[in-house]
Design a protein. Structure first.
Length: 94
């Protein structure tokens, strides 16, 4: 049995995704001028995710610890705020 047969990437979860999406839900209402089409929202998420460290886990026991959560939340907050500003100024569409 080769290595690819033993790997199940569907069990890997990047916790950064849920942090970024939750932060987008918090911040976007304060920006009613922001386009909220699927393309812009996906661009915001991608930009933010590319600016925070990934947090992969394979079980519920591997979640972000409380001591790390405050620092990580600040990173995510800043990344989402930057993403909103950048995408609002330069949307991928007309």
């Amino acid at each position: 049995m080769g290595l690819p047969d033993k790997l199940h990437f569907d069990s890997l979860v990047n916790e950064a995704e849920s942090f970024v999406l939750a932060e987008m839900r918090r911040q976007l209402p304060a920006h009613p001028e922001m386009c909220t089409c699927e393309e812009c929202l996906t661009d915001i998420a991608a930009y933010a995710l590319n600016h925070v460290p990934p947090r992969y886990r394979v079980s519920l026991l591997d979640r972000v610890t409380a001591s790390d959560a405050a620092t990580y939340a600040r990173q995510v907050h800043r990344a989402v705020a930057d993403a909103i500003q950048r995408i609002r100024a330069n949307p991928s569409h007309d």
